[in-house]
Design a binder for this molecule. Structure first.
Ligand code: FES
Length: 124
């Protein structure tokens, strides 16, 4: 059993912004090469600000907690500011992750980048 922080457990039990956005402006779809878990992130963008974000994660508890946390961190942020959020920042906001679970936070960072990339593709 991994040693998870209280905050990780809380986000795992009560994930924020879980689900899907109908007609999103960008969708990120990534998979972890370490474990095969999959994360999808949907964003709504208005005037360059992420106004809504939701996720669907098929993965471990840490992947669910990091998905939940990244949605909280990016909501209301300008797209270029949101892109500066690293996987370490997500893990720190959760009170840390066990070393063997850091790759789960990488999935969250990559899902966001992938969603923003998709948004840029759609808007040009
Ligand atoms: S074990 Fe794969 S994302 Fe957590």
């Amino acid at each position: 059993m991994q040693n998870y922080s209280e905050k990780v457990m809380e986000h795992f039990r009560n994930p924020r912004n879980a689900g899907e956005i109908k007609n999103p402006d960008g969708v990120g779809h990534v998979g972890s090469s370490v474990c095969g878990d999959v994360m999808e992130l949907y964003i709504k963008v208005k005037d360059n600000v992420i106004t809504d974000v939701k996720f669907k994660t098929f993965g471990c508890g840490a992947a669910i907690a990091t998905s939940s946390m990244i949605t909280e961190l990016v909501k209301g942020k300008r797209v270029n500011e949101a892109l500066k959020i690293s996987n370490r920042a997500v893990a720190e906001a959760l009170g840390g992750l066990p070393p063997a679970k850091m790759h789960c936070s990488v999935l969250a960072e990559e899902a966001l980048k992938s969603a923003v990339e998709d948004y840029h593709k759609r808007s040009f």
